[in-house]
Design a binder for this molecule. Structure first.
Ligand SMILES: *Cc1c(COP(=O)(O)O)cnc(C)c1O
Length: 394
């Protein structure tokens, strides 16, 4: 079996798994309790905060643990909206290909009277900083642009975007869930005010993430209750998961450079090999993308059938299309970069990591070639394309 869907979630590292299970068994105290097993849990929690902070060049007091990326996105954007509204600023800038945790929060805010501008991400899957500059208004409360896209892997010019926001005095949030642990991030150098992260995208557990909030920015509570997380996120902390996440992140960053080198080589071999399939196209810029991300469109096929047949061959991948989650709409990300519906339906996302071997890569290329050819063999769209009744787009 080849797991090539690390952008959806990762298998926990052995170290994170061991840390989590040991803490669940032995360090069961409530961090708010005064006796020793509670205080031990508190220590573990604060150590995790220090570790996470140091990885992104932040202060531990700027880290708020959450249940994951979605919660962090919601809390960051809602907080910025509340702060903006107080000053009469009700305009938010984002992009058309954000994760739904961002897009749906923005949609909810629109219903509450906010105005949202979504920047174009162009064919290469990249935001143009000068277009952001032009979109910023006097009443702009927040700019939220993802660090790297979860479907096509493109890495945005975050430092430049952050600089523009800083110069204009606008808050800048980035959903860094796909990027952190995979490419270097420094909240100071990158001019980031708020950043979302999630443990299960870098070999930590599901259900643990964090929000970085620069000192001086006031968070709004999503969850009311006790005084945990400086009163900003109530609920007894999931200490085992938080600690395992911090460990997974430290390990990911420690091994990042060496891992990235080997992963990029395999990624580029996949891009080249799959490019040999006729009427196919890589989605997103070929080099300004995450080390492990490959996303292709193949004309004349359905992504879902491709996935099912690859699964039969022992390859676990994703179409990057919402079809897999029960909707027939093609991916909003692929539409945002200008792919038409028919083409967007025939997409494949492979997200590999350092455990993907060279043999795996060759097997994936061979299998995708076979399956695409097989599916085209009885695709009515492919027949129309072949006969000239329909024009090829790719
Ligand atoms: C996975 C993901 C999320 C959601 O994170 P959860 O921890 O699953 O809530 C948000 N944004 C991006 C870009 C993601 O890839």
């Amino acid at each position: 079996m080849i797991y090539a869907d690390n952008a959806a979630t990762t298998k926990m590292s052995d170290a994170a798994y061991n840390r989590m299970t040991e803490l669940m068994r032995d360090t069961y105290g409530n961090p708010s309790s005064l006796y020793s097993v509670g205080q031990k849990a508190k220590e573990v929690l604060e150590e995790a905060r220090e570790d996470v902070a140091s990885v992104i060049n932040a202060n531990p007091r700027e880290i708020y643990f959450t249940s994951g990326g979605s919660e962090a996105d919601n809390q960051a954007i809602r907080s910025a909206a509340v702060l903006g509204a107080k000053k009469g600023k009700k305009h938010i800038i984002s992009t058309a290909f954000e994760h739904h945790a961002v897009l749906h929060t923005l949609r909810a805010l629109e219903k509450e009277g906010f105005e949202v501008t979504l920047l174009d991400v162009h064919e290469d899957g990249l935001v143009r900083p000068n277009e952001l500059k032009e979109a910023i208004r006097d009443d702009t409360a927040l700019v939220t642009v993802m660090y790297a896209n979860n479907e096509i892997g493109t890495v945005q010019p975050i430092r430049e975007i952050g600089k523009i926001c800083r110069d204009k005095g606008v808050l800048f949030h980035t959903d860094a869930v796909q990027a952190i642990g995979h490419i270097p991030i420094d909240v100071e150098a990158d001019n980031i005010d708020m950043l979302s992260a999630s443990g299960h995208k870098f070999k930590g557990p599901k259900g643990a993430g964090f929000l970085y909030v620069k000192k001086g920015i006031r968070l709004t509570n999503l969850i009311e209750g006790g005084a945990q997380e400086r009163g900003k996120r109530a609920g007894t902390e999931n200490v085992p998961a938080i600690s395992a996440m911090a460990l997974a992140l430290k390990d990911a960053v420690a091994n990042m450079d060496s891992n990235a080198k080997s992963i990029v080589k395999k990624r580029d071999r996949l891009i080249q090999g799959l490019g040999e399939i006729e009427h196919s196209a890589l989605n997103g810029d070929a080099s300004l993308r995450l080390p492990g991300n490959v996303n292709y469109c193949f004309e004349g096929i359905e992504g879902e059938s491709l996935l099912l047949l690859l699964d039969d061959k022992g390859i676990m991948a994703s179409s990057g299309s919402a079809c897999t989650s029960g909707s027939l709409d093609p991916s909003h990300v692929l539409l945002a970069i200008g792919r038409v519906h028919d083409v967007a339906h025939g997409s494949l996302r492979l997200s590999i990591n350092e455990e993907t071997s060279d043999e795996d890569v060759e097997y994936i290329i061979k299998s995708v070639k076979e399956v695409v050819e097989y599916l085209r063999g009885f695709s009515p769209i492919w027949r129309d394309l072949q006969s000239g009744k329909k024009a090829f787009i790719l």
